[in-house]
Design a protein around this ligand. Structure first.
Ligand SMILES: [Fe+2]
Length: 138
């Protein structure tokens, strides 16, 4: 799988959010390195990283949501719904993998999330740029 490359056009103009996005992409690339096709190794990697990865993702979402709420972003509900939907889908998937009802396909999980992120940033986050900037003004 190709690594994800950060592009300047992903920038939402706010250092904290850009930094969190870069960290997410870094983690994705780290995970891509662990798509070896060896089930045992992939499961080990999954078990080791999944909880903190989800925690980082939900912390990132709440950073964005707090700012959008504070600045009365008109599309707050729509944007939050996108965050909630992917979180829900990931949690169901992760629970299934953890309890053994779903077989881990690491490359599939990563590519699912990669597609989501690479659509979400330009489509939803960039649209909120003005409000993110407003939220960080003094
Ligand atoms: Fe977002």
């Amino acid at each position: 799988m190709d690594y994800i490359v950060w592009l300047p056009e992903y920038s939402v103009g706010v250092a904290e959010i850009d930094y969190q996005h870069k960290e997410l992409l870094n983690f994705m690339n780290y995970a891509i390195n662990h798509c070896t096709g060896n089930k045992r190794e992939e499961m080990k990697f999954f078990n080791k990283t999944v909880d903190s990865a989800i925690e980082n993702l939900t912390n990132h979402f709440s950073t964005e949501e707090k700012i959008m709420e504070k600045t009365n972003y008109p599309k707050y509900n729509e944007h939050k719904k996108e965050h909630d939907k992917i979180t829900e889908e990931l949690i169901v998937m992760i629970e299934g993998i953890k309890n053994g009802t779903v077989e881990l396909e690491l490359a599939e999980v990563i590519s699912f999330l990669k597609n989501w992120i690479l659509n979400h940033i330009p489509q939803y986050d960039k649209e909120a740029k003005e409000y993110f900037l407003k939220g960080y003004e003094k």
